[in-house]
Design a protein around this ligand. Structure first.
Ligand SMILES: Cc1cc2nc3c(=O)[nH]c(=O)nc-3n(C[C@H](O)[C@H](O)[C@H](O)COP(=O)(O)OP(=O)(O)OC[C@H]3O[C@@H](n4cnc5c(N)ncnc54)[C@H](O)[C@@H]3O)c2cc1C
Length: 442
């Protein structure tokens, strides 16, 4: 099927008026739920909706299907001198998933979240109707309700996204700080600089903090290799100046799935010689899922000695230092870094009510942590969640969260969500956001 309209007609035909819960795509999901969720049926097959349809490089607007991956989008737009305003760092995240989830990157201080680049979306509603929602039409409530709805209002089949200008290379300048307040001050000051395109920090403890300020450049004196020779997060600690192609910069954490590929000799060989198509987060996610499924069945495998801590928390900037101190005091990442970036969103979407034009601090953590058995299940997520919410923060819901229904409704605008459900999914066919995202009520 050659056109979007033909693919849409075939999809509607195949559904016979009934939309399945959940989506199927070519790429693996980037959700991370601690406890598996029940899903009825096989999900709606959106794998064909993976095309970039048109690019207006003068207006910097991309017309794209909902299951297109950010890698496919960057491959399409970069040769024409632009890329999405916010490109999540994993290649296989899709435009639909990152819009209804919450997508971030090291330039969110300038462009807000992924969904802030959304201009319009064609959404398949659970009743089988497709509507075009825009900020200024009769479906504007749906338009503003999509971010953080996680597929519970409808599915994005096509979207128009705003792009930003891009150059072929990125220069990364990294400075080490030994004082948390100085590190945070420098990060905040950088958000006011016109000459900086990307801001990101990683840190290991209160005296080992690295701030990377990056900018697009037309030419590079050399290009550093982060696929085979170097591990990105280590390279920036060793070299104050790093040059990457723009595509490598945007997906800099993809080859190592942040820092989750072990460093023993078999993995060194894998890193050096495996075909490039296996050096990505999608392959690595499938591999670890199968490995864990297998280990579950082995009687001698020690269980429960680790817990996953794959989360992003966001607090108003004034709370950044205290949230960081709490994290460093209470959680031991076993030598893996925390990662931080400043965020300022131009508008506050209905279900992710971060105030507009206010500087926020995103603290992320993507690894397994040693579990202390006396602390109980998912201890570290629970204490970090509590600390974040107590400091007026909010968190992305791609992972698991611990909240009562009442608190969830307060933080994520439950009243407005129920209104949206009444309008767009009155029979509740696509499930409920709380049930989808919350692990165990407290
Ligand atoms: C380890 C890890 C690292 C991450 N790193 C980053 C990062 O660096 N930057 C970042 O921005 N985010 C990151 N995320 C979060 C990620 O962006 C979100 O989980 C996002 O929702 C994943 O989108 P996906 O395309 O993989 O879709 P999926 O994971 O397949 O689906 C996510 C949700 O979106 C719904 N959905 C999927 N497609 C559509 C559609 N077309 N229309 C409507 N609903 C749809 C699904 O039903 C599901 O509820 C990370 C997540 C994990 C687990």
């Amino acid at each position: 099927m050659r056109t979007f309209e033909a693919r849409k007609a075939a999809l509607l035909d195949s559904m016979r008026g009934r939309v399945a819960t959940g989506v199927r795509k070519r790429t693996s999901s980037n959700l991370f739920r601690y406890t598996p969720r029940v899903q009825g049926g096989r999900g709606l097959d959106l794998s064909r909706f993976s095309h970039c349809l048109a690019l207006d490089s003068e207006a910097r607007v991309l017309d794209v299907e909902g299951s297109a991956t950010f890698e496919a989008i960057v491959d399409y737009t970069l040769p024409q001198g632009c890329v999405p305003c916010v490109t999540p760092e994993l290649k296989h995240i899709t435009i639909g998933g990152a819009t209804v989830g919450i997508g971030i990157e090291s330039n969110c201080f300038r462009y807000g979240f992924v969904h802030d680049g959304l201009l319009e979306a064609e959404v398949l509603l659970p009743g089988g109707r497709v509507v075009l929602c825009r900020p200024d039409n009769e479906y504007s409530d749906l338009f503003y309700g999509l971010p953080n709805s996680y597929g519970t209002l409808g599915y994005i089949l096509r979207a128009k996204m705003r792009l930003m200008p891009a150059k072929p290379y990125v220069h990364l300048g990294t400075a080490r700080y030994t004082d948390l307040d100085a590190f945070l001050d420098a990060m905040r000051a950088a958000t006011l600089r016109e000459d900086i395109d990307f801001i990101e920090g990683i840190f290991f403890d209160a005296r080992r903090l690295y701030l990377t300020l990056s900018r697009f450049v037309d030419r590079a004196p050399r290009v550093d290799d982060i696929l085979r020779r170097n591990i990105f997060y280590k390279l920036i600690q060793e070299q104050p100046d790093v040059y990457l192609t723009t595509k490598d910069y945007l997906f800099r954490y993809d080859p190592e799935w942040f820092w989750n590929i072990p460093e023993g000799w078999p993995y060194r060989v894998f890193r050096r010689f495996a075909p490039a198509r296996l050096r990505n987060s999608g392959f690595y996610k499938r591999y670890t899922q199968r490995k864990h499924a297998l280990l579950q069945w082995l009687p001698w495998t020690a269980k429960d000695e680790e817990e996953p801590l794959i989360q992003d928390w966001e607090v108003p900037w004034e709370q950044a230092a205290e949230l960081t101190r709490f994290a460093l005091r209470e959680v031991d990442l076993g030598g893996k870094p925390w990662i931080v970036t400043p965020i300022r969103t131009p508008r506050s979407p209905t279900l992710y009510p971060v105030p507009a034009n206010t500087l926020y601090y995103n603290l992320g953590c993507y690894c397994q942590v040693k579990k202390r058995p006396e602390k109980g299940d998912y201890w570290y997520t629970r204490i970090m969640d509590r600390e974040c919410f107590a400091r007026g923060g909010v968190k992305m819901l791609y992972s698991s969260t611990f909240l009562s229904r009442e608190d969830f409704d307060r933080i994520y605008n439950g009243e407005a969500y129920r209104r949206l459900k009444r309008n767009y999914d009155p029979e509740g066919r696509l499930g409920d956001l709380y049930a989808k995202c919350v692990a165990h009520p407290q």
